[in-house]
Write a new protein. Structure first.
Ligand code: T4K
Length: 368
């Protein structure tokens, strides 16, 4: 069996020749950026595909997050999760906002709604939950709390492209949701991101913000940033959308293979699938419990020795990094669940081009 390296993910790339006609069109019309034809076409296509009303494309998910907070004029303190990629909390610091970290629910890896209220202070203006691994947050309960206290809700839905709950797209919840189209995501435009917004007025404000705050040739309405997606990225997104169903169905197949093959392995815990959710299979997290013969880090190393590069998303917790660890809400005593899970988690490789032989190699290495 081949011992080729297997990474936690690998971007899906359509056949190169299918991309050439898009490039030819860009070379012909010479529109490279600033809301050109492919940019407009991708916004429309994504609204249709995702079942949302308005979307504003960005150069990446982090700029989308930073701009979403600006768009809603969020200030003061924001309640968020320690169990995410650092960009979630960094977007707050970039806006001069103080993050307040709240523990997570062990079954969803997401903010535990019941713990949010106790963290609210007079300075709290918003909640920034993450649909971690594409698993939906407790959106009903979060909205109830936000309504009671007059807070905004911005979902970091970087992992949640295409996820649906019983009412439709998961992206319809809250005031805004942000997506990432980074190379490591289920739908990628090399780099890219977006904000999903509920109305055209908010979209217009966001469109100004991502273009330096420019409203027209002589009017600047806000200290905006350059967050625009280029034509080449947008064109690639249009091509990717044509392949997305195949991407999802292969991801689902891999998820099923792992679940079947690992269900009887003692000490490996797999999060349960919810019948109410149409998933995107973006990650395959497992928890390494005490009954497993190796510690999580020993297993991580064993896989590495076999050229299998699983990742410990999200270890360390955001609250462990120097710019956050001094905050009162960063103390481990207040985050027992997140701390425990960060010590047990391992995300296994999952991506459309992984072969069944590679999956067998991973499964064999997990069966110690
Ligand atoms: N919010 C959340 C919850 C997020 O997870 C993220 C990003 C964001 C916000 C911010 O969105 P962006 O601004 O990124 O759009 C990766 C990604 O860089 C990051 O986008 C992602 N989350 C995070 C969870 O994972 P690393 O440091 O693990 O990436 P890296 O380079 O180690 O890549 C992982 C593996 O993927 C590599 O071992 C090989 C493979 N890979 C990666 C790249 C970049 C490829 O095969 N090709 C590639 O081009 O952070």
């Amino acid at each position: 069996m081949s011992n080729k390296p297997v990474f936690v993910t690998q971007p899906y790339l359509p056949p190169l020749e299918e991309f050439i006609p898009y490039l030819e069109k860009i070379w012909d019309n010479k529109i490279l950026t600033n809301g050109g034809p492919y940019h407009q076409e991708l916004e429309k296509a994504l609204c249709e595909y995702l079942g949302v009303e308005h979307i504003a494309l960005f150069a990446n998910g982090t700029l989308a997050l930073v701009s979403a907070l600006q768009a809603l004029r969020v200030t003061g303190e924001v309640i968020t999760t320690p169990y995410s990629f650092v960009a979630t909390a960094h977007s707050l610091l970039w806006n001069g906002i103080k993050p307040v970290f709240v523990d997570i629910d062990p079954s969803t890896f997401n903010l535990k709604a019941e713990k949010i209220e106790a963290a609210i202070t007079p300075q709290t203006t918003a909640i920034l939950p993450v649909h971690c691994y594409g698993y939906p947050c407790d959106t009903d309960r979060i909205q109830q709390i936000a309504d009671s206290y007059g807070l905004k809700v911005i979902y970091d839905a970087a992992h949640a492209f295409g996820v649906k709950d019983q009412g439709g797209s998961i992206l319809r919840h809250g005031d805004l949701s942000i997506l990432s189209f980074h190379a490591t995501k289920v739908f990628n435009t090399f780099e890219g991101g977006a904000i999903i917004c509920p109305d055209s007025k908010t979209k217009q404000r966001i469109d100004y913000l991502k273009n330096f705050g420019i409203a027209d040739e002589t009017t600047v309405v806000a200290p905006g940033i350059n967050g625009k997606m280029s034509e080449i990225h947008a064109a690639f997104g249009l091509l990717q959308l044509q392949h997305i169903d195949r991407v999802f169905s292969r991801r689902q197949e891999i998820d099923e293979i792992y679940r079947e093959q690992l269900k009887d392995v003692k000490g490996i815990h797999i999060a349960e699938k919810s019948e109410e959710v149409s998933a995107n299979y973006s990650y395959f997290p497992i928890l390494i419990e005490a009954e497993y013969p190796l510690s999580r880090d020993e297993l991580y190393q064993r896989l590495k020795d076999n050229n299998i590069f699983a990742r410990r998303y999200f270890y360390p917790l955001i609250t462990e990094f120097p710019m956050y660890r001094g905050l009162p809400s960063s103390q481990r005593s207040g985050l027992p669940v997140a701390s425990e899970i960060a010590g047990k988690v391992l995300c296994l490789p999952i991506y459309p081009d992984i072969s069944n032989n590679e999956l067998s190699r991973i499964i064999a290495a997990l069966k110690v």
